[in-house]
Design a binder for this molecule. Structure first.
Ligand SMILES: [Zn+2]
Length: 83
């Protein structure tokens, strides 16, 4: 498949414009692209990185935590990656 993203980038399209144009055409690629550029696919606002530690029970008597990373839209509150 021709890399449409690359063609649009070469023609000075912004990440938001590229996401708008290709969201229906190559949804999987656009999901990755939007995350890379921290853009919300729903409202095209900026995403904010959110890290926290989630409790995962105990491991040998020591509380275990898993580090979780999500991108949250500062405008509509959408969370990426989506479930
Ligand atoms: Zn949003």
């Amino acid at each position: 498949m021709i890399d449409l993203i690359e063609i649009l980038e070469t023609n000075n399209f912004s990440p938001v414009e590229i996401i708008e144009l290709l969201d229906d055409v190559t949804p999987n690629e656009i999901e990755e692209y939007a995350l890379k550029h921290m853009v919300c696919r729903r409202c095209y606002s900026e995403l904010v990185l959110h890290n926290w530690k989630e409790a995962r029970g105990e491991c040998r008597g020591i509380p275990a935590f898993e580090e979780v990373t999500e991108c949250i839209c500062s405008c509509c509150g959408a969370i990426y990656p989506e479930d």
